[in-house]
Design a protein around this ligand. Structure first.
Ligand code: C5P
Length: 223
């Protein structure tokens, strides 16, 4: 496909969502939040009372779940799962943990593969996730791998959640982040790792604007 793609992969809390959205807006490209698809299936499975240890049920759920994206009046992206606005529920650590569990099932990943590729439309796509550069868009011209120290990622999550009035402790968040990283990096299918041709950017200590500029520099360097 001639439609350009910028893949932004990395561990949870590295700022992929914020950076990807801003970069997509700057480039005027579409945006794919692939984690929202996995979270959407996780939430749909929860609503249906499915057992996260029953791969067959999860695979059926991944094929059947309808996950749509809509922009609200404020320009915020809303995620609609089976007709219900699930945006807030999707952001919880429970949904993240469910997503990470179902994402380890190869057939669930296969069920979501073509849905992700369908986001590649002119004039371009910024795709945010774990395997965008390695599995979903291996031919992408631009690939970035965003990291930050686990402590900084836990700290960012903590501030985000506190702003939303969610009560958590920094220690618990750090533990959850390390557990999710380990599960994502050690799974047999599509483990979290940088594509060979990805540019790694360590965002520890960097502000949002500085990271956006570095990512945009990767895109202009390859043009
Ligand atoms: O990026 P986000 O935190 O929303 O992703 C939630 C979970 O979904 C991740 O921990 C990971 O297990 C899974 N995921 C994935 N592949 C992607 C995006 C997300 O396995 N491309």
């Amino acid at each position: 496909s001639a439609v350009p793609v910028l893949t932004i992969d990395g561990p949870s809390g590295a700022g992929k969502g914020t950076i990807s959205r801003l970069v997509a807006a700057r480039l005027g490209w579409h945006y794919l939040d692939s984690g929202a698809l996995y979270r959407g299936v996780g939430v749909a499975a929860g609503w249906a009372g499915l057992d996260l240890a029953d791969p067959g049920a999860l695979i059926r759920c991944a094929f059947d779940a309808h996950i749509g994206f809509e922009e609200d009046a404020a320009g915020e992206l809303r995620v609609i799962v089976n007709g219900v606005d699930a945006t807030d529920e999707l952001r919880t650590e429970t949904a993240g943990a469910a997503a990470s569990a179902i994402a380890a099932v190869p057939e669930v990943r296969a069920a979501l593969r073509e849905r992700q590729r369908a986001f590649r439309r002119p004039p371009g796509l910024v795709a945010d996730g774990r395997d965008m550069g390695t599995v979903i868009f291996p031919d992408a011209l631009h690939k970035v791998f965003l990291t930050a120290s686990p402590e900084e990622r836990a700290d960012r999550r903590y501030k985000q959640l506190k702003d939303k009035g969610v009560s958590v402790t920094l220690d618990d968040l750090l533990r959850e982040i390390l557990a999710r990283d380990a599960r994502d990096a050690n799974r047999a299918v599509a483990p979290l790792r940088p594509a060979e041709d990805a540019v790694c950017i360590d965002t520890t200590g960097l502000g949002i604007d500085a990271v956006v500029e570095r990512v945009l520099a990767v895109v202009s360097a390859a043009r």
